[in-house]
Design a protein around this ligand. Structure first.
Ligand code: UFG
Length: 327
């Protein structure tokens, strides 16, 4: 019998990719998702329970029925800008949701908990690359809600007798290499889907800020392929952490690309010239965010990023766009 893993947010962008890899690695992923942003058609690799992270009864029923040893927690709201407009919603879903889930995991004897955190916990880091020793200091409710969740896990791990793995993702990007899953282009706020959309539809694309203290004046980010992000979870499942302990990793490649470099890549891959408009800085953006300490995951989990070529990351999103838009 394959081991069951409960995946909250399993119908989402990263969660569905994780379910696919779980199934490929012999696990049985059970998706728990309210489908507010996740897509039910992405739940192909195991059963699904439709439920909200704040619905304790539904969570009880799912944990009772499937008895997972591990819970992987992706379900969250993820838009930084929205979090500044709707902080209560973000604290409720992300922070209170995680706390409620920890409580349920304790009641149901879950042994391992893998948590999706974010580089947003570092806020505006004083130096780059960002190591695990870099002081945290989120600059928006999204980052705070994730940092609070980390703290809840740290404080509750031993009481709940759960082994906790925290992954701080840098810029999750790319799409499923087989083009079976991927990002939503509708209303996308992230750079690569927006560029692909602009390239395909001939609509204008805005660069937010060209006066940053970087080589070409645009922001630099560490783009980590969604497949690699998902694969880190498989590595964590294979090498579990002892009950009551918490381990933390930066999940990135350890190198950055500027907005202009990503734009060039999208033009190369799509063969289209993008109508670029230079706009002012977007509130809350930091100039450079590159993951440091990426060797820690290599040493402790045997994980490292495999899709490190920006053109390949972009090509996978482009392939997915073509699948989504074929008629
Ligand atoms: N950008 C543009 N134009 C756009 C969209 C984005 O110039 O239309 C720029 C942004 O200003 C930024 C870069 O592209 O400089 C990357 O922006 P994204 O929105 O793709 O990603 P962020 O770096 O803002 O956010 C990511 C994650 C968040 C996480 C954050 C950590 O998506 O979940 O990193 O700082 F919180």
């Amino acid at each position: 019998m394959s081991e069951t893993v409960l995946v909250t947010g399993g119908a989402g962008y990263i969660g569905s990719q994780c379910c696919k890899l779980l199934a490929a690695n012999g696990y049985r992923p059970v998706t728990y998702d309210n489908t507010s942003s996740g897509r039910p058609e992405f739940v192909r690799y195991g059963p699904m329970v439709e439920g909200d992270i704040l619905d304790g009864c539904r969570l009880d029923a799912a944990l009772q029925e499937y008895r997972p040893k591990t819970v992987v927690h992706f379900a969250a709201l993820i838009e930084v800008e929205e979090s500044t407009r709707e902080p209560t919603l973000y604290y409720d879903v992300n922070a209170c949701g995680t706390l409620a889930l920890i409580e349920k995991c304790k009641e149901h004897g879950v042994e391992q908990f893998i948590f999706s955190s974010t580089a947003a916990v570092y806020g505006e880091p004083p130096s780059s690359p960002v190591t695990l020793d870099t002081p945290t200091g989120p600059i928006n409710p999204y980052g705070w809600s994730k940092l609070m969740s980390e703290r809840f896990l740290e404080d509750c791990a031993s009481d709940a007798e759960i082994g906790v793995t925290i992954f701080r993702y840098f810029n999750a990007s790319g799409s499923d290499p087989d083009a079976e899953l991927g990002v939503n282009f509708d209303g996308a706020s992230h750079l690569i889907p927006r560029l692909i959309f602009a390239a395909a539809e001939g609509t204008p694309f805005s660069i937010f800020g060209t006066d940053y203290d970087t080589a070409d004046g645009t922001c630099v980010r560490d783009y980590i392929h969604v497949w690699d992000v998902a694969n880190a979870h498989i590595a964590a499942l294979k090498l579990q952490v002892e009950a009551g302990s918490v381990r933390r990793f930066n999940i990135g490649v350890g190198r950055g690309f500027s907005v202009k470099e990503v734009l060039d890549s999208v033009e190369r891959i799509t063969g289209s010239q993008i109508d670029v408009q230079q706009k002012g800085r977007r509130a809350g953006d930091v100039s450079e965010l590159i993951a440091g300490d990426v060797e820690k995951a290599a040493v402790e989990l045997g994980w490292k990023a495999e899709f490190t070529d920006i053109d390949e990351i972009v090509r996978h999103v482009w392939n997915w766009y073509c699948v989504e838009n074929q008629t």
